[in-house]
Design a protein around this ligand. Sequence first.
Ligand SMILES: Cc1ncc(COP(=O)(O)O)c(C=O)c1O
Length: 387
Amino acid sequence: MSVFNERIDRFKTASVKWELTKDIFGESDLWPMWVADMDFKPPQAVIDAIKNRVEHGVFGYTFVPSSTSEAINTWLLKRHQWKINSSWLLYCSGVVQAISTAIHSFTKEGDRVLLQSPVYTPFFDMIEKNKRIVVNSPLRLDGDRYQIDFAGFEKALQEGCKLFLLCNPHNPAGRVWTKDELLKIGELCLQYNCLILSDEIHSDIIYKKFTHKPIASLNDELLDRTITLIAPSKTFNLAGLQASAVIIKNKELRIQFQEQQKRQGVFSLNTFGIIGMEAAYRYGEEWLEELIDYLQVNKDYTMQFLADHLPEITCIDAEGTYLLWLDCRKLGSSDKELRNLLIQKGKLALEPGPKYGPGGEGFVRINIACPKDDLIEGLERLNRALS
Ligand SMILES: Cc1ncc(COP(=O)(O)O)c(C=O)c1O
């Protein structure tokens, strides 16, 4: 039996997913399949490493040791065939924090920052809350697969964007961008002198037949103009440890980022974030392979369930991530009606599509990273709500 079948009670752990659902959705007893964390324990080696550190008992200031950067280097080389140098690495407590720091480091108020909607909500927030201007080049849904509208992308760059927030793999579109797509995006960004901020937080959860390519790994010019963000938080379910890594080859850009961190008073990571991150990258590969197999089964089950019970809903077949994007437009309900049906009739909490910007209307996002029995419970509620 898979370790991922274990149902773990997450109440009384201040879990956002299980204990804030009522506050956020305004109703009690909802089944939570919204926020992007998993209901699984991380690899045992991560738990053991943290336990060992707890047992030591002294928790003074810590720095990120070279053993952590070595574990990251080895991981990137093995999983993504990308050879980086430890000196390119900086650390942040979260990828969203790193996005904000990058926006501050490389743009000024009023500058234009490019993104591709529908996309992870904080992309919009970090641009707007920092008084920069969102320039959107929406993705195009061709059949049931999202594509980049390259003509629109170039037009957006011609408006003079300073920074492009790439989401690879894409949340919520589920695309793992191909090498050709990335090269084309990259070429345009270089042509119009737009830096690339590549959020690759989902890069380790990739389904068979697909390959993640870090855009910075494709050629030297892109390496020089890209800031890459990675983290063990999605891969190993360590979001609560708040640790992520920033990879910047270009020394000038790296110093700019570092100076911004110093202005913000950011100097190191939480002790347990460091320990967890290193153990995960060093020992987590076998666990990850099992996880991907488990998620593949959950994904196949979900798609089959929808085809059998709710054929009006089109599930965008994710190439990576444990987040499925459901096209509910054929149901003919407004987003408000959809939300009410899900909450009141289904007692189910899903992410509403409009949160992801233009192109999200009529969609919902469901998180399938849970034990199979819990997935079935959620899908039955979905069926009750929408059939
Ligand atoms: C694309 C993307 N970036 C960043 C994050 C969150 O990163 P962090 O928790 O490290 O701030 C998420 C979480 O869902 C995400 O989907």
